[in-house]
Ligand binder design. Structure first.
Ligand SMILES: *[C@@H]1O[C@H](CO)[C@@H](O)[C@H](O)[C@H]1NC(C)=O
Ligand SMILES: *[C@@H]1O[C@H](CO)[C@@H](O)[C@H](O)[C@H]1NC(C)=O
Ligand SMILES: *[C@@H]1O[C@H](CO)[C@@H](O)[C@H](O)[C@H]1NC(C)=O
Ligand SMILES: *[C@@H]1O[C@H](CO)[C@@H](O)[C@H](O)[C@H]1NC(C)=O
Ligand SMILES: *[C@@H]1O[C@H](CO)[C@@H](O)[C@H](O)[C@H]1NC(C)=O
Length: 367
């Protein structure tokens, strides 16, 4: 009698403990099939596929974000040829960000002069809809981060790629492969169009890049870069774009890459946010109308989402915050920088910019 009562009490106790979500519940290996708070560590397999020597991972997917955006990464060795056949997306706004290494990015729209840039760590290229674009990876340890709006574009890579798993989470598979630059046949082309990929077989990528840019008259790692006019592709070199300082909670330097103006009806924003160390005040809590994600670029990001305990994110880790879910974030180390994406026009980045001031530096003040 006594022992069964004790057993009941114990099971009740266990039940209570289990109803409080733990960090283990928060950390996932694969982006989930519907929105919920989660963290995916850098290089987790998250729906990974290989295409030739390129390894693609999808940390935020259409299903995991309610089709707000896709967040993905591509690790690959240097290559003597284009990473993809030149193409256009009519419906999807694609963003290229260099996590590490180097790649070249080409963009051409509306018969204006073709643009090419050499992107190094922290550089950004904005491929608005209906832009012909392609890329080429140039360094052995390269990782591109992609943000594609709306979400769900990963289906293209599931179609093209080979599912991949790993016991070591190696960034990409070390092997010698000959990249195939073969032009797909007409039935494959037609299939690609169903994924919003319109091949541009006539596109000739210019090779006259000097000091990282063609045409050479464009500012690249020399003077400031503006964000683009509505509907125009543009490039922002690391630290050369617009900057804002917020002193609301410690210091934060916000560097917008896409604001509501550039996003237009795609309805999202994207910035990097650099944080100073946590002060004694408690960090503000946000509850946004849309989904948001953080990917750590440098330092250590602490984030508390919904009822989950505080998670500690290191370089390359991704945290996803579903719409209408409370969260706080802060840094306990001197300098933490994250890439921030959010659905809608009133994400944390836009709120901090509205409350902050225009700022000329990538670092915050010394006091
Ligand atoms: C590959 O992975 C996707 C999603 O991650 C899954 O839907 C699909 O069934 C897998 N394909 C194979 C052949 O295992
Ligand atoms: C992109 O091009 C297609 C085909 O020309 C056109 O129907 C669509 O409106 C364009 N999209 C945007 C956002 O301009
Ligand atoms: C790659 O191509 C070269 C030259 O055509 C050939 O000698 C080599 O065997 C190929 N390697 C692989 C792994 O297919
Ligand atoms: C490339 O950069 C070097 C060093 O800053 C400069 O001297 C040269 O004029 C640049 N070339 C062009 C074409 O701008
Ligand atoms: C923009 O996104 C926000 C957040 O996801 C959503 O609440 C809003 O309805 C969207 N607006 C439009 C015009 O789609």
């Amino acid at each position: 009698m006594l022992s069964s009562a004790l057993f009941l009490l114990l099971s009740l106790g266990t039940g209570l403990v289990q109803s409080t979500p733990t960090l283990d519940d928060l950390y996932l290996e694969n982006a989930p099939s519907s929105p919920r708070p989660y963290v995916i560590p850098h290089y987790a397999n998250s729906h990974a596929v290989t295409i030739g020597s390129q390894l693609y991972r999808f940390t935020v997917t259409g299903p995991s974000s309610d089709y707000a955006f896709t967040l993905m990464s591509t690790n690959a060795p240097s290559s003597g040829s284009l990473g993809v056949l030149p193409h256009i997306h009519r419906e999807h706004y694609e963003n290229f960000f260099t996590f590490k290494g180097r790649f070249q990015l080409w963009a051409e729209k509306d018969n204006k002069e073709q643009q090419a840039r050499l992107l190094t760590q922290g550089d950004y290229g904005s491929v608005v809809r209906n832009t012909t674009h392609t890329f080429q990876i140039l360094d052995p340890d390269t990782e591109m981060v992609g943000v594609i709006v709306p979400g769900g574009f990963e289906d293209l890579f599931y179609f093209l790629g080979t599912n991949y798993t790993s016991g070591t989470d190696t960034p990409y598979v070390p092997k010698t492969t000959n990249s195939s630059s073969a032009v797909p046949d007409s039935s494959t082309m037609a299939k690609l169009r169903t994924y919003d990929v319109y091949a541009q077989t006539d596109f000739e990528p210019r090779r006259d890049i000097v000091n990282g840019t063609a045409p050479s008259t464009e500012a690249w790692h020399t003077e400031s870069n503006e964000l683009g006019e509505v509907g125009e592709p543009y490039f922002v070199a690391n630290g050369y774009g617009p900057k804002y300082l917020s002193s609301k909670y410690g210091y934060q330097v916000i560097q917008p890459l896409v604001t509501p103006k550039q996003a237009q009806d795609t309805n999202y924003t994207m910035s990097t946010i650099s944080l100073s160390r946590q002060t004694k005040n408690s960090p503000p809590s946000y509850t946004l109308k849309g989904a948001a994600a953080f990917e750590v670029l440098e330092g250590v990001l602490s984030i508390q989402i919904g009822d989950y305990p505080v998670a500690t994110l290191f370089t390359g880790d991704v945290a996803f915050v579903p719409a209408k879910t409370a969260f706080t974030y802060y840094s306990t180390v001197a300098f933490t920088k994250a890439l921030y994406v959010s659905s809608g026009t009133d994400g944390v980045d836009q709120q901090l910019i509205a409350d902050g001031k225009s700022w000329d530096f990538v670092t915050f003040p010394k006091y």
